[in-house]
Design a protein around this ligand. Structure first.
Ligand SMILES: NC(=O)c1ccc[n+]([C@@H]2O[C@H](COP(=O)([O-])OP(=O)(O)OC[C@H]3O[C@@H](n4cnc5c(N)ncnc54)[C@H](O)[C@@H]3O)[C@@H](O)[C@H]2O)c1
Ligand SMILES: [Zn+2]
Ligand SMILES: [Zn+2]
Length: 362
């Protein structure tokens, strides 16, 4: 099968012919139909975050179940499914205390060292990024990395649920538990940030301020329900955000992954407010905060994958979409064939799209 593979980092993706194994035990073989281009894959291509190589990137994909291992109970052949990298073992302390997205033993959902790898290139092991490997014609994943979705849901919209939507909406609803009537600011309005905006709107926030350095993103943010926008290319966004929120926001979300914007998000808070860092920062990044702000009861939190229970959350989000309460159509900026994936990432790096989506032609 063809897969967009990263052999060296930094580096570009190469479309290579890989071998995918048959499903064993709890594994599901999925024919990939659509895959979203998330910035996290790009961080790996840039070498900003290190992952074992070679790897098949992609972790925001949807497709059709082609075959299942003998122990699979949650999906059937022919089901339409969305993959989520929040694969969970179901038996570690985190999983058993209801924090599946922080599972401590994801390795238990993978292959044992004595088994052949799921993916290989001329006999050499290839790592599926984040236990998914979504930029490939087939994905071989544990059943706890998938959820069945209605066949009526278009695959390009479905794919985005698995990362951008669940990360953004989940940050507002699950992690921050945004309160009705509150004020929130979202710094960075790409595929993830736009979903934080709509998560805050769904939660009933009174003011939702969108900050981005690309004017088209601010327009999109308004379509997702932002009540105010601040163009970061026009100067320091902190004073205008503090103005709009009457002295600082209750919640600030950083969805870019830069030291400067994390620090800016914290500076946008009112007394007692909390900043949520969604953007991925390279290891070793040091964040500088003013110590006096802790007396003002300000807080800062990392958020991983929107603190999701994707098998419960995604069906809810799909209902909201079908009822017209959750935006998915507006997230899809472009469709690309797999061969154009590097061009797709160049466009993402310039901040020009909400999401580009690869459509596979099998
Ligand atoms: N924590 C998690 O679980 C999780 C999950 C998914 C993605 N992420 C991370 O979230 C971040 C965002 O991902 P994405 O796919 O939405 O990326 P994206 O490239 O689609 O969006 C980034 C946005 O930030 C804007 N931007 C860039 N620099 C800016 C600046 N200095 N000031 C204001 N705006 C600026 C860009 O114009 C763009 O709209 C990435 O770091 C990604 O790795 C984290
Ligand atoms: Zn992602
Ligand atoms: Zn676990």
């Amino acid at each position: 099968m063809r897969a967009a593979t990263l052999l060296d980092a930094p580096g570009a993706l190469q479309i290579l012919e890989l071998t995918v194994d048959e499903p064993r035990r709890h594994e599901v073989l999925i024919r990939t139909v659509a895959a979203g281009l998330c910035h996290s894959d790009y961080h790996v291509m840039e070498g900003r975050i290190a992952r074992p190589l070679p790897t098949v990137l992609g972790h925001e994909s949807a497709g059709v179940v082609e075959a299942i291992g003998p122990d699979v109970t949650s999906v059937r052949v022919g089901d339409h499914v969305v993959c989520c990298l929040s694969v969970f073992c179901g038996s570690c302390r985190r999983c058993l205390s209801g924090q599946n997205w922080l599972c401590d033993d994801k390795a238990a959902t993978g292959r044992r060292p004595d088994e052949p790898p799921r993916l290989s290139l001329d006999g050499r092991r290839v790592h599926p990024f984040s236990h998914v490997g979504g930029f490939a014609e087939y994905m071989l994943v544990h059943e706890n990395a998938t959820v069945a979705v209605p066949a009526s849901l278009p695959f390009d919209r479905a794919a985005l649920l698995g990362c951008g939507v669940i990360t953004g909406v989940g940050a507002a609803l699950n992690a921050a538990r945004v309160q009705p009537g509150s004020s929130a600011v979202v710094v960075g309005c790409g595929g993830v940030g736009l979903n934080v905006v709509q998560g805050c709107v769904l939660a009933g926030a009174a003011r939702v301020v969108a900050v981005d350095s690309v004017a088209a993103k601010l327009e999109l943010a308004r379509a997702f329900g932002a009540t105010h926008v601040v163009d970061a290319s026009a100067g320091d966004p902190v004073p205008p955000v503090r103005d709009i929120t009457g002295g600082g926001a209750d919640y600030a979300f950083e969805a870019i992954g830069l030291k400067s914007t994390v620090e800016a998000a914290f500076a946008m808070l009112r007394r007692g407010g909390t900043a949520y860092v969604i953007g991925v920062l390279p290891e070793g990044t040091r964040i500088e905060l003013d110590g006096a702000d802790f007396l003002a009861s300000k807080g800062i939190h990392g958020v991983y994958m929107g603190s999701n229970h994707f098998k419960v959350d995604l069906p809810t989000y799909i209902e909201w979409y079908l009822q017209g309460r959750l935006h998915l159509d507006e997230l899809v900026s472009a469709h690309l064939p797999l061969e154009h994936i590097n061009e797709g990432y160049a466009v993402l790096a310039r901040g020009e799209v909400a999401r580009s989506v690869i459509l596979f032609d099998h």
